[in-house]
Design a protein around this ligand. Sequence first.
Ligand code: PFF
Length: 459
Amino acid sequence: MTTKPAISSRWNSRFSFILAATAAAVGLGNIWKFPYIMGENGGGAFIVVYLICIFTLGVPVLMGELLIGRRGRNSPGYAARNLAAESRRHPAWQLTGWVTMFTGFMILTFYVVVASWAFSYVVKSAQGQFHQADSEAITQIFRGMAGSASEMLLFTALLVIATAVVVGKGFKHGLERTVRWAMPVMLVLLVGLAFYSALVGDFASAVNFMFKPDFSELTMSTVLIALGHAFFTLSLASGVMMMYGAYLPTNTSIVGTSIWIAIADTIVALIAGLMIFPLVFGYGLVPGEGPGLIFQTLPLAFASMPFGVFIGTVFFVMLLLAAFTSAISMVESIAAFTVERFAVSRWTAAISTCVVLFALSMLTIFSFSGAGWTQVDITFLGKHMTNLFEVIDHMTSNILLPIGGLIIALFTGWAIRSKFMAAELQAAGWVFKLWQFAVRYIAPIAITLVFLQLTGVLS
Ligand code: PFF
């Protein structure tokens, strides 16, 4: 059974699509996660491996998702169902769409909470709370914020409402228009901050740290972390890119645009590193501090640098914008699905999606505030988890993302007939062969390796 194409809107231009897809891809993953995992994994050597992963694994899977979306012309679940039917494959292949949409939505339930930390930090920074603060005081501020359920409910609610408004306005007036101003503003702020940081920080040490690879530091685990992150940072296997593919005009080159998106996302991550590490080294901080790098380490630099209150505020505004455009992208596919499935208006779909999102975000909010009902004691596939946030994070980022990516690779590489994919890709024969080799062999093998490592089988 096939579903009628439900998506009739199209990106305004190729540029508009690249901007939107980059805005979806660029987020907390680039500015929060990339610098800290690079910091923890030895800097330069990590970057080299990460770049290889982005271009050998990320780009082919990204192309696969855009192909599914464009040929299916529906929200991810129905798009995959259409393609399975067209190639006369078992209807179970439609899971490719449903699993990834579910993953994206579950990621979003904690993603909005971390984004709301950035939101709260905009206010705290502007109030001068970090000014002259020492390490102890900043740790107190961070713990006080993440642990305060009322504060987090407030900021998360504001963010979720803003997301509902953008998605409710529809594809053209909401998503496309918002991205057109938010993304350039975010980029200008990031580049401005990077220049300032080079001026007041220790730029030479940062460049040394990031671009002088020391391969003796390379371990199997570094390789696998880089691989997993390549996936996360490009928003793969979360329904987003399939959805964005459904809005792609028929004649847009999927090969060219995918490469551009990967390059743009990578450049943003590198600039984020070049912005953060000069401050880390210049102010005598530690690069390998882990997830607290942005929320606990960096404010120490803002505390004592010239114009620190202003610069800190700008930094968190930039982070908030980056996270916001990613949040919109994830709600978009669920809202489009709700419109298709229940024949409701855009507004009804966006609002109901966001109500459910807000309700589920409480699982994370109350995990950080330490509420008794969120505390668990589970060990699953080698990972010990103590609260519901850790369960959702681990299940999505480490388990569902790799599984989703694997299914996408197998679906586009083996299940859908080659002639359909070749017709949709519209590229030279050797390009198609190269892509097919990547989704048939490289991606499945690489993803299986990450998966086995993350689940402890390979460690
Ligand atoms: N790619 C985005 C980031 O790097 O922040 C967010 C993201 C979206 C991650 C969807 C993962 C995902 F499944």
